[in-house]
Design a protein around this ligand. Structure first.
Ligand SMILES: C[S@@+](CC[C@H](N)C(=O)[O-])C[C@H]1O[C@@H](n2cnc3c(N)ncnc32)[C@H](O)[C@@H]1O
Length: 268
């Protein structure tokens, strides 16, 4: 078995804090998309929930607040789990566990509900993860995969022919993610034998103020992508000037679909 932390602990302290900041903002910005899904899968009354790939725990905190049940949060990164433990220390209904989503350390048919948020895009083998989530959920129990993007559906204006393709999936692919995971959710869930419903969670277009706030929080991440792609300092400055100007003028538009899948395990 691969040692999870060897695969996950690749960030410096500074990169880790940046990543955590990004996850926090993302959790805040997507709460309105996730909460209706949580109600749909009966999270409130689920007695035992597994949150797979919990990361720094901001999304797990939303789950812990909503449910009357107990949440087990699992991740392969000890650094992220340590952070999650801190921010959730007052939540007596959450327990943590380090482990690999591709080899879950739980018996068959244990949980009423299994969730994951923005995990499948980053999983080495998303089919194995969905199969494992299916194995550990009880018959008639539900699996929810939320916020799985598809950069192929990205719409961005004003256009920049050099930069747009980088932010339309190339950067994700270079970092080992699958930018087209959204369109594959149905196949993943059906292959695991689940009765499956697929949808798009985000039907609201963010305002330019929200897009700008997100950009400024994640600026280092964006600039690094451009540098890694070989853009010169001058080209990056020019791009950023135009990008921020269209946000300040309130005319920029950004959208990319975030898919979700809800699966129900059949009675065996
Ligand atoms: C983008 S983060 C999302 C974290 C959290 N779900 C959220 O939405 O804030 C993806 C997380 O999945 C974890 N992860 C990826 N592959 C994993 C695997 N095979 N086993 C366990 N955790 C995994 C990473 O360590 C990371 O914390």
């Amino acid at each position: 078995m691969k040692k999870p932390e060897n695969r996950f602990h690749k960030r410096t302290d500074e990169e880790l804090m940046d990543f955590i900041k990004k996850l926090e903002l993302q959790a805040l910005e997507t709460a309105e998309e996730r909460l209706p899904l949580y109600l749909k899968v009966g999270m409130k009354d689920a007695r035992l929930i597994l949150d797979v790939g919990c990361g720094s725990g901001f999304v797990t905190r939303d789950i812990a607040r909503l449910t009357k049940g107990t949440v087990i949060a699992i991740d392969g990164s000890i650094s992220l789990l340590t952070f999650a433990h801190k921010i959730l220390k007052e939540y007596t209904n959450v327990a943590f566990c380090m482990g690999d989503a591709q080899q879950l350390c739980f018996a068959d048919s244990t949980f009423d509900l299994v969730t994951c948020n923005l995990l499948l895009m980053w999983a080495d083998n998303p089919q194995t993860v969905v199969n494992e989530m299916t194995r550990v959920v009880k018959p008639k129990g539900k699996i929810l995969a939320s916020l799985e993007p598809d950069y192929g559906g990205k719409i961005h204006w004003p256009e920049n022919k050099k930069v747009d393709p980088l932010f339309a999936g190339e950067a994700i692919r270079k970092k080992g993610g699958d930018p087209h995971i959204g369109r594959k959710l149905r196949k993943l869930f059906i292959t695991a034998g689940l009765e499956t419903v697929i949808g798009i969670g985000n039907n609201r277009i963010w305002s330019c103020e929200e897009d700008k706030q997100y950009y400024l929080h994640s600026r280092d991440f964006y600039i690094k992508i451009l540098k890694d792609a070989g853009l010169t300092g001058k080209e990056i400055d020019q791009w950023e000037y135009e990008f921020l100007r269209s946000l300040d003028e309130g005319v920029q538009l950004n959208f990319f679909p975030q898919f979700y899948a809800i699966g129900t395990k059949q009675k065996s």
